[in-house]
Design a protein around this ligand. Structure first.
Ligand SMILES: [Zn+2]
Ligand SMILES: [Zn+2]
Length: 178
């Protein structure tokens, strides 16, 4: 099989969100060489999914599940951030896009009325070239601007999740900690 591409998670393979592993997919019951390693939020016990069953929406439909635990703005935080996202972009993210690994549950950001593209996990170092773009998000996160700008490590107890708007290319940042 040729692995499906994911518009909203273009680095899913490079990031290990989908990894090489010989499995029997619970959803399609086929032998596959790729396995999803992220969370799947549903009431059934579903651990072993192939990327094809994510890409075509089969897994989400079969188990009435979602690959993201929350969308920004659906449950606005104290800062009230978050613009409404188009239902079609939210559906594609929740039903046909691999989620990302997170401490407290994955939150998917939006911009320009659409769900953003998840680029990957970042620390302070990775944010240097785009700090001006993500500073507002860092402040609003409540984890402390200085901590995020200077002390955050990609693999540390505090992690940044970098997104990019598919329309205007602005970077956005979600931060979560252990
Ligand atoms: Zn499958
Ligand atoms: Zn935008």
């Amino acid at each position: 099989m040729s692995p499906p591409d994911f518009f909203y998670s273009p680095n899913a393979y490079a990031l290990g969100i989908v990894e090489q592993r010989q499995i029997i997919c619970q959803c399609c019951e086929e032998a596959r060489a790729l396995c999803y390693t992220g969370n799947f939020y549903c009431t059934d016990d579903v651990d072993i999914l192939c990327p094809l069953c994510i890409a075509d929406g089969r897994a989400a439909a079969k188990y009435n599940g979602s690959f993201v635990s929350d969308f920004e703005g659906l449950n606005p935080g104290p800062n009230g951030l978050g613009a409404p996202m188009s239902p079609s972009s939210m559906e594609q993210v929740s039903s046909r896009t691999p989620g990302y690994a997170s401490w407290q549950g994955s939150v998917w950001l939006g911009h320009c009325g659409e769900a953003c593209i998840f680029l990957g996990y970042v620390g302070s170092k990775e944010l240097v070239p785009i700090w001006a773009e993500v500073r507002d998000d860092a402040v609003a996160s409540g984890w402390g601007e200085d901590a995020i700008q200077y002390q955050m490590h990609k693999d540390g107890d505090m992690t940044g999740y970098l997104f990019q708007c598919p329309r205007c290319a602005k970077h956005r940042l979600h931060v979560d900690a252990n």
